[in-house]
Design a protein around this ligand. Structure first.
Ligand code: SF4
Length: 345
């Protein structure tokens, strides 16, 4: 399994030159503001559950009753409240497909939009246009989890999740006026030659955003190591240079925080996949801030606060219209805030 990266790695000359070009491309197209993207999961269960790298593939057999894996609405909305309060952004609302009736997810999406004050991003697997229609009022963008555009590798790592329906999802979403995003994972076994295929894919299926995940090895799966820093940075920089205006979000990990400055210099707009509620007000939070500074960027999301009560939480909570539910969301939020206060230095 991967070990913690304790020092920001030094790049070789060739990669450093590529990163310099990618950083320049970023600076010509964006304003230097970096945010943290937080996913909201509706459940821990996935009907497919056979993708070779995925945590949920290790859980599926343990979950006897999928509906038990549902998260409560109050905890889902408490996360949305924190996302708004701390200046994080919703990466996407996900999970729950096959557990929650779609109508119910559409209602939850509307509530998330109300709390966040803006349309959300949604990643629910494949959906037909009629189903997408249900999310028109709440959702600005649809995410297709492509994982890899290398077809052979895709068939191997996602044996029961075909790529074509996701390509159709992107096409339908675009035609219906949604923004479009896809996810890929670095570390699945791709080679640098696959960049050509990725570039062709994005050219054929124009995107507003891409999330590039760093493979995080999960015990019980085939993977025991994530990608090297060099490989990860190479892919980010190549995507930035090829698609100067594309929003790039990179999925990192708690043990890879020291890589964040390089991720940003390689052209990422934002980072995701860190356990933010766990890291809040911790020493790792200081490390995150330092990494962003090192890249010469400005972090607009909070990971540290002396007094979390200065945020106008009640004003955000007012967006939960149902009073009883609002009380439950407030109670959940309170538990988080107390935890953050305890860690205050
Ligand atoms: S990658 Fe997605 S579809 Fe595959 S097992 Fe994980 S959650 Fe399910």
């Amino acid at each position: 399994m991967d070990e913690e990266i304790t020092k920001t790695p030094t790049l070789n000359k060739e990669l450093a030159t590529l990163v310099k070009k990618a950083n320049q491309t970023y600076l010509e197209n964006f304003d230097g503001k970096v945010w943290f993207g937080r996913c909201i999961f509706l459940s821990w269960y996935c009907e497919t559950g056979t993708c070779k790298f995925c945590f949920r593939s290790t859980q599926k057999h343990k979950i006897k009753n999928p509906s038990d894996a549902r998260r409560s609405l109050a905890s889902v909305l408490a996360e949305a409240v924190m996302i708004r309060g701390f200046g994080w952004r919703l990466e996407f609302l996900t999970g729950g497909y096959g557990i929650f009736p779609l109508k119910e997810i559409a209602e939850i999406a509307k509530m998330c939009k109300q709390v966040l004050g803006e349309k959300i991003w949604l990643n629910l697997g494949t959906m037909k246009p009629k189903e997408l229609e249900m999310f028109k009022s709440s959702t600005g963008g649809i995410v297709a989890s492509i994982e890899t555009t290398n077809k052979k590798l895709h068939a191997k790592v996602c044996p029961d999740k075909k790529m074509q329906p996701y390509v159709k999802l992107l096409k339908d979403s675009g035609e219906m006026g949604f923004k479009k995003s896809m996810t890929i994972i670095i570390g699945l076994g791709e080679s640098r030659k696959d960049l050509t295929e990725l570039k062709e894919f994005i050219t054929k299926n124009p995107l507003d955003r891409i999330t590039i995940y760093t493979l995080r090895p999960v015990a019980g799966t085939d993977y025991t190591n994530g990608p090297s820093t060099e490989d990860l940075i190479w892919w980010i920089a190549q995507v930035r240079i090829a698609f100067p205006k594309l929003e790039i979000i990179v999925g990192s990990a708690k043990y890879r925080i020291k890589e964040i400055s390089l991720i940003l210099k390689a052209g990422a707009n934002a980072f995701t996949k860190l356990p933010a509620t766990n890291l809040f007000n911790s020493d790792k939070a200081i490390e995150i801030e330092n990494e962003v500074k090192k890249a010469g960027r400005e972090l607009v999301s909070k990971f540290r606060m002396k007094n979390v009560r200065t945020i106008k939480w009640n004003a955000i909570l007012e967006n939960v219209k149902n009073k009883e539910l609002r009380t439950q969301v407030k109670e959940t939020l309170e538990r988080y805030l107390k935890k953050f206060e305890k860690k205050q230095k």
